[in-house]
Design a binder for this molecule. Sequence first.
Ligand SMILES: O=C(CO)[C@H](O)[C@H](O)COP(=O)(O)O
Ligand SMILES: [Fe+2]
Length: 230
Amino acid sequence: MVFHKCNCRIGPSVLASDMSCLASETQRVVDAGADYVHLDVMDGHFVPNITMGAPVIKCLRKHSKAFFDLHMMVSKPEQWVDDMADAGGDQFTFHLESTADPMALIRQIRAKNMKVGVAIKPNTPAESVEYLVPHVDMVLVMTVEPGFGGQKFMAHMMPKVEHLRTKFPEMDIEVDGGVGVGATIDACAKAGANMIVAGSSVYNAADPAAVIRQLRESVERYGNGKEPTA
Ligand SMILES: O=C(CO)[C@H](O)[C@H](O)COP(=O)(O)O
Ligand SMILES: [Fe+2]
């Protein structure tokens, strides 16, 4: 177990919601205890799927004050920084694999007053993102191949989380893909993740508030420096 003192935050991914009712579906998880909302932006090029762009996020912003973590699964992230900031994005999480000049992109995002996240795909080693840690707010370790919700959790990504947590005890580390109550969240928590994206497990649940609570309990039990009680 890798302990840390980072705040636990749970961010449901609206990808698993009924996206024809995005405003009420966002509110539903906020009411259920979500700390932030994870919005998956896919361009059909970086990943083989298309979801939403800045116009949709701008409309959603009119209905929600939640913190919007924009997971930018796009080939040219630089192209969308201004639009996403204007749309009301709070954090711009780009993929390390999508840009030739991460530092320039980080400066561009900061200039628009958004927080910065950097994501790595399953085949990208944790070491490759280390040099960016002092310049970003969060690292996202993908636990599925980006592109689709409802995929199987990749447990073999946990050594990457553990490696980063050991080196950076105070950094926000997010996991995304296939995370739900039970073995998957426990593995993430033990490895040291403190920001938890959960799509299907929250939106498909009969009681989303109970799922969010149990995800949080796992992080607080295994990751936040407390000994397990059971
Ligand atoms: O980035 C993503 C996929 O590329 C999604 O955020 C992720 O898949 C969450 O959905 P689920 O919890 O259903 O796996
Ligand atoms: Fe995502």
